[in-house]
Design a protein around this ligand. Structure first.
Ligand SMILES: [Zn+2]
Length: 299
């Protein structure tokens, strides 16, 4: 049996305490790339593709979720390899980057601005067609027992998946374990869905099937390390929930967003805005908050 590494990666430091990792999984009969990083990683990502191709032909690019820092070299990889891209949803955000920017970043409180536009658009090198829709249970057989199983982890993004490689027991995740060292809310689209995904992750880590965990924004982790990171992510969700309830004293959404950001020491920017919009919506749905015209208050 060859000792060639199954998992290969390239990394950079995105900001203090936050890595950005791109992974390739290589079996004797095929390889896949998981996410493509940001546009400035182009040399490293193309080098990773070439390294994978030397082991076995690149079959697919699998996207954990469609956020700018996970799809940044899509165009370069597509032009270099012509392999099909697969994602679990939010397909238009990979195929139409202007729409990605507008839907992700632009709100009444945060209108289109050159700075905000540059911050996001400069991360991505161009659109690509997504040719395959990933769903829970999809398997990719790469030979020699190297096999990826697709696992759904909705939360940070509604359409987010991870992959468990069977031969090495490597669980490869995007942002299920949040980058809590970031100065902004590394947020979520569903708080309750995220909590359920964390439970699912903890169960998987306890099952004995996972030997190591690779994520987009952390160094490689043991299952124990990942359990700890899952606890920290769960705690961060709880802090947002509690701060949202406490800030809901008959204020507008914009005032609530600014207050929760201040309390939790996070920049008041678009990720936090979207996160709190989701959080308020869920708490209203659960009957813990109510709306009175433009104002949000405890029930
Ligand atoms: Zn993300």
């Amino acid at each position: 049996m060859s000792a060639a590494p199954v998992i290969r990666s390239r990394s950079l430091e995105l900001m203090p305490g936050v890595q950005l990792n791109v992974h390739a999984v290589c079996g004797p009969q095929g390889s896949v790339l998981i996410d493509t990083g940001i546009a400035s990683m182009r040399p490293q990502v193309l080098d990773l593709c070439a390294e994978a191709q030397r082991v076995a032909p690149l079959r697919f690019v699998l996207l954990t979720h469609i956020h700018a820092d996970h799809i940044g070299c899509n165009r370069a990889v597509w032009e270099a390899t012509a392999v099909p891209f697969a994602a679990a949803g939010a397909i238009p955000w990979a195929e139409d980057l202007e729409r990605h920017y507008r839907e992700f970043c632009v709100t009444d409180a945060l209108p289109d601005s050159p700075g905000q536009r540059r911050e996001i658009m400069s991360l991505m090198d161009g659109p690509v067609p997504i040719q395959l829709l990933l769903v829970e249970g999809n398997r990719f057989f790469l030979g020699g027992g190297v096999e990826l199983e697709t696992i759904a982890f909705p939360g940070h993004k509604l359409e987010e998946v991870g992959f468990l490689e069977a031969r090495t027991g490597t669980l490869i995740l995007g942002d299920v374990l949040l980058a809590l060292a970031a100065p902004f809310f590394h947020g979520f689209q569903t708080a309750t869905g995220f909590a359920a995904s964390l439970t699912r992750l903890e169960d998987l880590l306890a099952s004995g099937r996972v030997q190591q965990v690779r994520t987009s924004h952390h160094p490689p982790m043991s299952p124990e390390g990942a359990l700890q990171a899952a606890q920290q992510t769960r705690q961060a969700l709880e802090e947002v929930r509690v701060a949202t309830l406490e800030a809901a004293r008959g204020v507008t959404f914009e005032a609530l967003w600014r207050e929760v950001s201040r309390r939790l020491g996070r920049q008041a920017e678009f990720r936090g805005y979207a996160t709190l919009r989701a959080q308020v919506g869920e708490l209203v749905g659960a009957g813990e908050l109510r709306r009175d015209g433009p104002l949000i208050l405890r029930s």
